[in-house]
Design a protein around this ligand. Structure first.
Ligand SMILES: Nc1ncnc2c1ncn2[C@@H]1O[C@H](COP(=O)(O)OP(=O)(O)OP(=O)(O)O)[C@@H](O)[C@H]1O
Ligand SMILES: [Mg+2]
Length: 202
């Protein structure tokens, strides 16, 4: 009986540790977001997807103002590149579009609709975002691409990978789509990580 009893005692410790982790998870899940939907929020109606910034001002917290009246128009159906020195605020501008932050003044319009007045769900459904530091989760390449839409079939995962020009280098990995990535997995180049992140967004 000694060994089972010892295992039971150890189980108590791991249960308590798991309970603490679960509590931390729920604290995050229960956090009320700063950018709540307005009570009268409408669904974003996407057409050409023209994005327009009008005199946008923004600062992180109480820090110095980073965006001091930014205005531009990115026409739908065209590619727009934002170019500027490091630290100028390009990533900051992009993070305002999915409403990770809200501008302090000015407005952002998509197809003429102010994004402050649409539901975040409909806004983010219409966006694909690939960050400057793409994050890969523990798991296979396939898991990482499917993360964006868990119900996607293997064929759809592969299609997304082809569109992101990731298919060929994935097949070159030791176990193809089943190759583990993340902290325990293989090391990928920055560009390869970005391609997986693009496939995930697709
Ligand atoms: N989360 C944050 N909190 C506080 N300050 C931030 C935060 N993110 C960026 N900044 C600051 O805002 C400014 C603009 O940063 P941003 O990341 O938008 O620049 P960037 O134009 O994308 O630069 P890069 O070309 O290097 O990617 C910088 O001074 C930066 O230090
Ligand atoms: Mg940047």
């Amino acid at each position: 009986a000694y060994d089972p009893a010892r295992r039971l005692a150890r189980l108590q410790v791991s249960l308590e540790r798991a309970a603490v982790n679960a509590r931390m998870l729920y604290e995050i899940l229960d956090t009320v977001p700063h950018q709540r939907d307005r009570p009268d929020a409408t669904e974003l109606k996407l057409g050409e997807a023209t994005v327009e910034l009008r005199d946008v001002r923004f600062a992180y917290g109480n820090g110095e103002e980073i965006l001091k009246g930014v205005s531009f128009r990115a026409e739908g159906g065209k590619t727009t590149a934002l170019v500027g020195p490091s630290g100028a605020g390009k990533s900051t501008i992009i993070s305002l579009i999915p409403r990770f932050y809200d501008p302090h003044a000015g407005e952002i319009l998509i197809d003429g609709q102010n994004i402050a007045g649409v539901t975040k769900q409909s806004l983010r459904n219409g966006l694909a975002y690939v960050s400057q530091q793409p994050y890969l989760f523990e798991g296979s390449i396939r898991d990482n691409i499917r993360y964006g839409r868990p119900e996607a079939t293997d064929a759809e995962v592969e299609e997304a990978a082809r569109l992101a020009y990731a298919h060929d280098f994935i097949l070159a990995q030791p176990q193809g789509y089943d190759t583990p990535v993340g902290e325990q997995g293989i090391t990928l180049s920055g560009g390869q990580r970005q391609r997986l992140s693009i496939a995930r967004a697709l």
